[in-house]
Design a protein around this ligand. Structure first.
Ligand SMILES: Cc1cc2nc3c(=O)[nH]c(=O)nc-3n(C[C@H](O)[C@H](O)[C@H](O)COP(=O)(O)OP(=O)(O)OC[C@H]3O[C@@H](n4cnc5c(N)ncnc54)[C@H](O)[C@@H]3O)c2cc1C
Length: 542
C-alpha cells in the first residue's frame, strides 16, 4: 500500500514528534488512533508486519488476494446500527459494506442442512421448521430471549472497564454482576437447561468456531454476543478487507499521523512509573506522552515490559489466570474462473461430522489425533462477497477453508523459518490439505479439478505474521474465567500506558473495534461510543 497514511520504516525514518504511539495496527489500535486523530492528535501506529491492518490485512500472491481474518461482520449493513456508525466515524464514511444476503451461515452435519437466516424472526422461524417439535420451539424461544438478555447486560459490563480503578472499586461489582451471571456459565450448561435435544444444541452452537471454544468450555456470554452479532446478517467490505486499513489511515493522516509498517516494538520505555516511549527492535527510541498497545496482553506484558515492572505490578500472576486460544489451519485457494461461472455463493459453510452432535467430543478426539475426522470445517467464498471482486480480479475466484489445530502439532518446527520448514512439515501439511480439499469437493463438486493454486497456513504462519506466540486464532480463550478478570481493561498500573484489542473486550472485528473506542473512553474519561454514535446519527439526519 503506497498511501500517504501508510509507510514502511525501511524507507521512512521518524524525525517528528507524535502525541500518541500505538503498538500494532489491528482494528483496535487503528480505531483508537482514528478517534484520537479526529480529536486533533498526531498518532503514530507502529506495526511489526510489512502490511498494515493486523488480522484485517490481505495478502496477494499469484494474481489472487486473500483476507486473513475477515469473512463476515455483523451489524454493519444497516447504516444506523452501532458498529456501522463506529466504522463510519473512523473511516470518515469512506468504507462501504456489501450485504451477504438472506442466508449468512450454512450448517451441515454430513448432508443434513440447517441454514441461518438473517433477522431474528426469520432465524427463529427457519429453525422451528428444522425442529418441528413443540418442546424444541419452546427451547428456541427461550434461547433467543436469553441471547437478548445477555446483550442487554453487556453494555454496563464493558462500560465498567473504562472507569479508573478508584471508581471501579466502588461501582465495579454492581456494574459487572448482571452480565457475569451469564458469563460464568458455559454455553452447554445454559443450553442443557433449555433442552435435552443434542441435535438442537449442536445446531444452535454451530458457530462456535467464531470464538474458537466448544460448548462445554466456552462462556455462554461469548456465545450469546456472537450469535446476536450475526442475527441481522453478515456484511463484507466493498473492495476487500484492505479497504479498512486504507480508509482509516487516511483519517489518521489528516491529523498528521501515520501507520508505520516494518516497525516492531521491542520494549515499552518506563521511567518513574510512567510509560514514556518505545524502543524498536533496531534500537530506535521514540517518545510520546501516551502509549497504547493493541499487540495482545501477553505480548505487551510478557515481552515488552521490563521484568522489574512485571514483578512490581505482579503482571505474571495476572497473566497466569488466562489462557491463549486455540490455533488454526487456513487453506487459501485460487481458481481461474469467475465466481459466477463456478456458482459460488456468499454464505459460509460450517461443516461437522455426520450424525455427531457432540462438538466437545469431536474437538477432543481431533486434538488427540490429527487423523480423526475434522471436528469442524469452515468454508468461505470471499470473491463472492465483494461486489468489486470481478472488476479487481476478472475471471478469478477464491475460497478459504479453516479448521482448528493445536500449536503443539507444529512445535517441532518452531525454530524453522517460513518456506524453509523442511520436507516432513510439507508432507504433514499436504496430508491435511488433501483432506480439507475433499471436504470442499463434497459440498461444491463443481470445483474438483479446477483448483489453480492453494496453500495452507499453520499456527507457525500465524505466529510469524501476526505475532501470537502460540499461533492463537483469537487472543485469549473465551471461557467463563476470562470474563471475571478485571485486569483485562484499558488502564494499566503504569501511567500513560493503555491496553486495547480483542483481549480486553472479545475477539471479532466488532469486539476489537469496540475495544479501541473503550480505550479512548478510558483515556478521555468520556463515553466515546455514545458521543460518536450521536454525532454520526446527527450527520445522517442533516
Ligand atoms: C482466520 C481468522 C478468521 C477470522 N474471521 C473473522 C470474521 O469473519 N469476522 C470477525 O468479526 N472476526 C474474525 N476474526 C477475528 C478478528 O479478525 C480479530 O478478532 C481482530 O481482527 C483482532 O483485532 P486486534 O486489533 O485485537 O488484533 P490484531 O488484528 O491481531 O492486531 C495486532 C497487531 O499487533 C501487531 N504486533 C504484535 N506485536 C507487535 C510488536 N512487537 N510491534 C509492533 N506491532 C506488533 C501484529 O502484527 C498485529 O498486526 C478472524 C480471525 C482469524 C484469525
Amino acid at each position: 500500500m503506497s498511501r500517504a497514511g501508510i509507510k514502511s520504516f525501511k524507507q521512512h525514518k521518524i524525525t517528528e514528534q507524535y502525541d500518541v504511539i500505538c503498538i500494532g495496527s489491528g482494528i483496535s489500535c487503528m480505531t483508537a488512533a482514528a478517534i484520537l486523530a479526529r480529536e486533533g492528535q498526531k498518532v503514530l501506529v507502529l506495526e511489526r508486519h510489512y502490511t498494515a491492518g493486523g488480522y484485517t490485512h490481505v495478502f496477494k500472491r499469484k494474481g489472487y488476494e486473500w483476507d486473513v481474518g475477515i469473512h463476515y461482520i455483523g451489524g454493519v449493513t444497516h447504516p444506523k446500527a452501532m458498529l456501522a456508525t463506529m466504522f463510519h466515524y473512523i473511516t470518515d464514511g469512506q468504507l462501504e459494506w456489501a450485504d451477504m444476503g438472506e442466508v449468512y451461515d450454512r450448517v451441515r452435519f454430513g448432508d443434513e442442512a440447517f441454514d441461518f437466516y438473517k433477522g431474528p424472526e426469520n432465524f427463529s422461524a427457519k429453525l422451528k421448521e428444522y425442529f418441528p417439535d413443540s418442546a424444541d420451539h419452546n427451547a428456541i424461544d427461550q434461547y433467543l430471549d436469553l441471547i437478548k438478555q445477555v446483550n442487554n447486560a453487556s453494555s454496563t459490563y464493558f462500560a465498567e472497564k473504562a472507569l479508573p480503578y478508584s471508581v471501579s472499586k466502588m461501582m465495579g461489582d454492581q456494574m459487572r454482576a448482571p452480565f457475569l451471571r451469564f458469563a460464568q456459565q458455559t454455553t452447554l450448561e445454559v443450553l442443557e437447561e433449555l433442552t435435552d435435544n443434542r441435535k438442537l444444541i449442536a445446531v444452535l452452537t454451530a458457530q462456535f468456531g467464531d470464538y474458537g471454544l466448544s460448548p462445554a468450555k466456552s462462556s455462554f456470554a461469548m456465545h450469546a454476543m456472537l450469535v446476536n452479532h450475526y442475527l441481522h446478517g453478515g456484511g463484507f467490505p466493498v473492495g476487500g478487507s484492505a479497504r479498512i486499513a486504507e480508509t482509516i489511515a487516511d483519517v489518521i493522516a489528516d491529523a498528521g499521523g501515520l501507520i508505520l509498517t516494518n516497525a516492531a516494538v521491542d520494549e515499552i520505555l518506563v521511567e518513574d512509573k510512567h510509560a514514556v516511549g518505545v524502543r524498536l527492535v533496531d534500537g530506535t527510541e521514540l517518545r510520546a506522552p501516551l502509549i497504547i498497545s493493541g499487540a495482545g496482553v501477553f505480548n505487551t506484558y510478557e515481552k515488552m515490559l521490563p521484568p522489574a515492572q512485571r514483578q512490581k505490578f505482579q503482571l505474571d500472576e495476572q497473566l497466569a489466570t488466562v489462557t491463549p486460544s486455540v490455533a488454526h489451519l487456513n487453506m487459501y485457494l485460487g481458481f481461474e474462473e469467475s465466481t459466477a461461472d463456478l456458482d459460488l455463493q456468499k454464505a459460509n459453510y460450517w461443516i461437522y461430522p455426520e450424525g455427531q452432535y457432540d462438538h466437545d467430543a469431536n474437538v477432543a478426539a481431533f486434538l488427540d489425533d490429527p487423523t480423526a475426522p475434522f471436528p469442524l470445517v469452515y468454508i468461505s467464498f470471499p470473491s463472492a462477497k465483494d461486489p468489486l471482486w470481478q472488476e479487481r480480479y476478472p475471471g478469478r475466484a477464491t475460497v478459504d477453508i479453516i479448521t482448528l489445530a493445536p500449536y503443539e502439532w507444529f512445535a517441532q518446527w518452531e525454530d524453522t523459518k517460513w518456506k524453509r520448514r523442511g520436507d516432513d512439515y510439507e508432507a504433514f501439511k499436504a496430508a491435511l490439505s488433501q483432506r480439507l480439499l475433499e471436504v470442499l469437493f463434497h459440498y461444491e463438486p463443481q470445483l474438483r479439478g479446477k483448483v489453480a493454486h492453494y496453500e495452507l497456513s499453520t499456527p507457525l504462519s500465524t505466529r510469524d505474521f501476526v505475532n501470537y506466540a502460540k499461533g492463537e486464532i483469537y487472543g485469549l480463550h473465551h471461557d467463563p474465567n476470562r470474563f471475571e478478570q478485571t485486569f483485562l481493561r484499558p488502564q494499566t498500573p503504569i501511567k500513560n500506558l493503555y491496553l486495547t484489542g480483542q483481549d480486553i473486550v472479545t475477539a471479532g472485528i466488532g469486539g476489537a473495534l469496540m475495544s479501541g473506542v473503550l480505550t479512548v473512553s478510558a483515556i478521555k474519561q468520556e463515553d466515546y461510543s455514545g458521543k460518536i454514535r450521536r454525532q454520526v446519527l446527527a450527520e445522517m439526519a442533516a
